[in-house]
Each structure stands twice: as structure tokens, then as C-alpha cells.
Design a protein around this ligand. Structure first.
Ligand SMILES: Nc1ncnc2c1ncn2[C@@H]1O[C@H](COP(=O)(O)OP(=O)(O)OP(=O)(O)O)[C@@H](O)[C@H]1O
Length: 307
């Protein structure tokens, strides 16, 4: 990682944005294709679209006497956007936490590409290919936006600690590549113009996008987004839908926890519904919208618009 203040090469203020503004439509399309190539370098991931990427088998998580997740099973296909929904306290975040090594499941399994994640620690699960964002934004506030993303790319670095200490040529090369990739990711999520700003000084919507860029920096096979639209206005929600689709179109698989039903129904390929820790429904958005058990689970939840 580049030490803060050590001068990663950020374009001069407005540089990239000014450049983009002057581009013709053709040049812009070419630029976007180049950015997409850097953002998802492992293009072969698109080849296996439709195969099962992640399987959750009979997953149970108990906290003392409370069963937060009760023998839940579902799968995620490569290239899909899967929505995980349910009323407050249904077990959605617990499911994310059990998948990403934050909680140990009481019983059941999580398999990525057919291999159980077992008792892997969080960072090893990230290395295996699951990245996530959090309900409450977690960024390094004193670091710049660019540095926050460079930190994410560290999960993929191959240099040894010694190599980093003596600043070996391999380490130097990796560092340059990390900065270039981080810049491309900021561009991809639409916040490259604020690359040099401290994360804590960014507007809220930019911080949410920065979290997504940082998660993408780990080159995940599966990107888990925990309520990414929380606190967004309708225009920002619309833009977020566009970004989630763009991420999927770039070859990633996405698992989305979100309360905003319009967004969930508009962007997902399939939906799994939890209530009181149990799976009560699974299907395509139109099936879920008309499912009596789902409608009943949401009755009395005025903020959610199931119509
Ligand atoms: N660390 C914990 N210790 C004890 N109970 C917990 C813990 N984490 C979650 N729970 C409980 O587990 C249940 C499921 O919580 P969870 O946060 O997974 O629900 P959720 O569907 O994500 O809800 P929300 O939409 O409100 O975020 C709740 O009853 C919650 O209080």
C-alpha cells in the first residue's frame, strides 16, 4: 500500500473529468471499455455465467436462545444479481456475516465454487472471492478516496513482507498497478473527480460508491452489498441501480440486501425472502411480488413499497 501522503499519482484537479468532458461519444465509449477491462481483468468469469457460484446449505446461526438464521438454503448463479430481502430482524445481515467469516455458523455450510468456506478467517474469505460493503459505511476517513481503494487491492498482492520492506521491483510494479487499478475503479463507480479528497470529506453518496469501489478492488467473484441505497434520494437510487447493473454486466455476481422494494424488484434476477430467520420464498421478482407469504410478511411495514 502507498503510505498516505507518499504521493500516489492522482490526476491534477479536474484533470480526468475535464478530459472526459472533451471526449467525443466514440472516444468516451472506448474509454469506458478500457476502464471495464481494468476493473474486471479476469474476463473468463463471464464464461461460466449461469453455473452455481455460491451455495448456502442449511445455514443456522444462533445467538444464545435466539435463532437468527434457521436452516436456510439457497444458491447464487454466476452472473446473477440476487436480492436477499425480509422485514427488519429477518436475518439478512446475519446471513452476510456468516458467509463472510464475521460469525461462525452454528451449523450448515457455505460453499464457494463447490468448496466449503469452513472456518476460514475473514481475510481468507476475501481472498477466496467474497467482498462486501456494510450497512454502516466503514471507510478510512483520513485516507484519500484513492488510498481507500488501494488498500482493497492489497488483498491480491503477492509480494512478501520482506519484498515490501526492501521495496523490491516486484513490489514497486504491484504498487503502480494497484494505483492504476484503483483510479480505474473510482472512474468506474463515477467518483474519479474526488480521488484526492479524504474519504471523510466526501458527500454521503460518494462514500457509498467508494465502499463499492474498495470491495471491487479485491477482485471478488461475489460482491455482497448490504443496504447500499440507505439514505439515498430517488435520483441517487436510480443511479445506484445503473451502477449495480454495470457491475454485473462487467462479469461480477452480486448479492444485494436492500429494503427499497422498487430498487430490488427493478434490478435483481432472483430474490430470496427471509422472515424470522427462515426462508419463506424464492423466485424471480414477479413471483415474489405476488407471493401471499411475502405480502403477509411485509404487511404493516409502511416504508416498503411492494406495489
Ligand atoms: N451479534 C448478535 N448478537 C445477538 N443477536 C443478534 C446479533 N446479530 C443479530 N442478532 C439478532 O438476530 C436477528 C437477525 O438480525 P439481522 O441483523 O440479521 O436482521 P436483518 O434482516 O439484517 O435486519 P435489518 O433489516 O434490520 O438490518 C435479530 O433478532 C437481531 O437482533
Amino acid at each position: 500500500m502507498t503510505a498516505p501522503g507518499n504521493g500516489p499519482e492522482v490526476p491534477a484537479e479536474g484533470g480526468l473529468v475535464a478530459e472526459l468532458q472533451q471526449m467525443t461519444a466514440e472516444e468516451l465509449a472506448e474509454h469506458e471499455a478500457e476502464v471495464a477491462e481494468v476493473v474486471a481483468p479476469e474476463r473468463e468469469i463471464a464464461v461460466d455465467v449461469g453455473e452455481t457460484l455460491l451455495e448456502i446449505e442449511d445455514l443456522t446461526v444462533r445467538f444464545g436462545g435466539l435463532t437468527a438464521l434457521d436452516s436456510v438454503s439457497f444458491g447464487i448463479r454466476r452472473g446473477d444479481i440476487l436480492g436477499l430481502i425480509g422485514p427488519n430482524g429477518a436475518g439478512k445481515t446475519t446471513c452476510f456475516n456468516a458467509m463472510t467469516g464475521v460469525y461462525r455458523p452454528t451449523s450448515g455450510k457455505v460453499l464457494l465454487e463447490g468448496k466449503p468456506l469452513g472456518k476460514l478467517a475473514k481475510h481468507n474469505i476475501t481472498r477466496r472471492g467474497i467482498a462486501r460493503t456494510f450497512q454502516n459505511i466503514r471507510l478510512f476517513g483520513e485516507m484519500t478516496a484513492l488510498e481507500n481503494v488501494v488498500v482493497g487491492t492489497d488483498a491480491r498482492h503477492k509480494t512478501s513482507v520482506m519484498g515490501a520492506l526492501i521495496r523490491s521491483p516486484r513490489h514497486h510494479k504491484e504498487e503502480r498497478a494497484a494505483i492504476e487499478r484503483a483510479m480505474a475503479l473510482l472512474d468506474f463507480v463515477g467518483i474519479a473527480d474526488r480521488a484526492a479528497d479524504k474519504a471523510r470529506n466526501l458527500p454521503y453518496g460518494y462514500q457509498r460508491r467508494l465502499e463499492i469501489a474498495r470491495a471491487l478492488a479485491t477482485e471478488p467473484k461475489l460482491l455482497c452489498l448490504d443496504e447500499p441505497a440507505a439514505g439515498f434520494n430517488p435520483i441517487e437510487k436510480e443511479q445506484l441501480m445503473g451502477l449495480i447493473r454495470k457491475i454485473r454486466d462487467d462479469g461480477y455476481t452480486v448479492l444485494l440486501i436492500e429494503h427499497d422494494m422498487k430498487l430490488v424488484m427493478g434490478v435483481t434476477d432472483r430474490i430470496v425472502v427471509l422472515e424470522f430467520g427462515k426462508k419463506i420464498a424464492e423466485g424471480v421478482p414477479a413471483e415474489i411480488r405476488d407471493d401471499p407469504a411475502v405480502v403477509a410478511a411485509y404487511l404493516g411495514v409502511p416504508d416498503d413499497d411492494l406495489a
